[in-house]
Design a protein around this ligand. Structure first.
Ligand SMILES: CC(C)(COP(=O)(O)OP(=O)(O)OC[C@H]1O[C@@H](n2cnc3c(N)ncnc32)[C@H](O)[C@@H]1OP(=O)(O)O)[C@@H](O)C(=O)NCCC(=O)NCCS
Length: 170
């Protein structure tokens, strides 16, 4: 599935991941985030949930990605209800390509896929409490902060758990 879209500053192609993208995605992950994963982990998410794993490409170069997992969890909204939820595991856009609405488009596409392709009723993610760009992005799309996970990250920083009810109207 792919679609080209003009965002401020140029032409960006949004498409679902291909196996050949994984090394580029891993490289972006290492440049942008301290939470890094093995090749096998990226490969597994690409195989299991390909329609919720999107990349943004320009001039044949991958510049951003989002990847997700589908889980059954206790609802973040309804007490003691088990729900099918989409977990946004990782998202990043290379520094030179930020503030062009690429991250926003990646989240929109992943969230739509989680609802429409995978039947998820909620989406959620963890974000560092000091990661204002990401928090603002998620708020813009309707995510709300439901809880704080103390010392969630390896370096001891806390995480906000942000959640969104699906399906969405955007
Ligand atoms: C978070 C991240 C993916 C955002 O990507 P991006 O493509 O630059 O974001 P967008 O241009 O789509 O921004 C969409 C909205 O997010 C918010 N936002 C993004 N960057 C922001 C910043 N630096 N400061 C404040 N708000 C910001 C704004 O609300 C923006 O909407 P606007 O353009 O109407 O103001 C990017 O900053 C990044 O890769 N960060 C490092 C990795 C990371 O932190 N991932 C999240 C882990 S939970």
């Amino acid at each position: 599935m792919q679609e080209s879209q003009r965002v401020s500053g140029g032409e960006i192609l949004f498409r679902t991941v291909k196996p050949a993208d994984i090394l580029e995605v891993m490289n972006i992950n290492r440049i942008c985030l301290p939470e890094n994963y093995t090749y096998g982990f990226f490969e597994e998410l690409a195989k299991e949930y390909p329609r919720a794993f999107w990349v943004a490409e320009t001039n044949n170069k991958v510049v951003g990605y989002i990847m997700c997992r589908v889980e059954r969890i206790f609802s973040k909204f309804d007490f003691l209800k088990i729900r099918r939820a989409g977990h946004i595991v990782s998202i990043a856009v290379l520094p030179n390509y930020r503030r062009k609405r690429i991250g926003e488009e990646l989240v929109r596409r992943a969230v739509h896929a989680l609802a429409n392709e995978y039947g998820c009723e909620e989406a959620y993610l963890e974000v560092r409490v000091n990661n204002n760009p990401a928090i603002q992005l998620y708020k813009k799309l309707g995510f709300v902060t439901k809880e704080i996970q103390r010392r969630y990250y390896a370096d001891g920083e806390d995480a906000y758990v942000m959640v969104l009810k699906l399906p969405v109207s955007f």
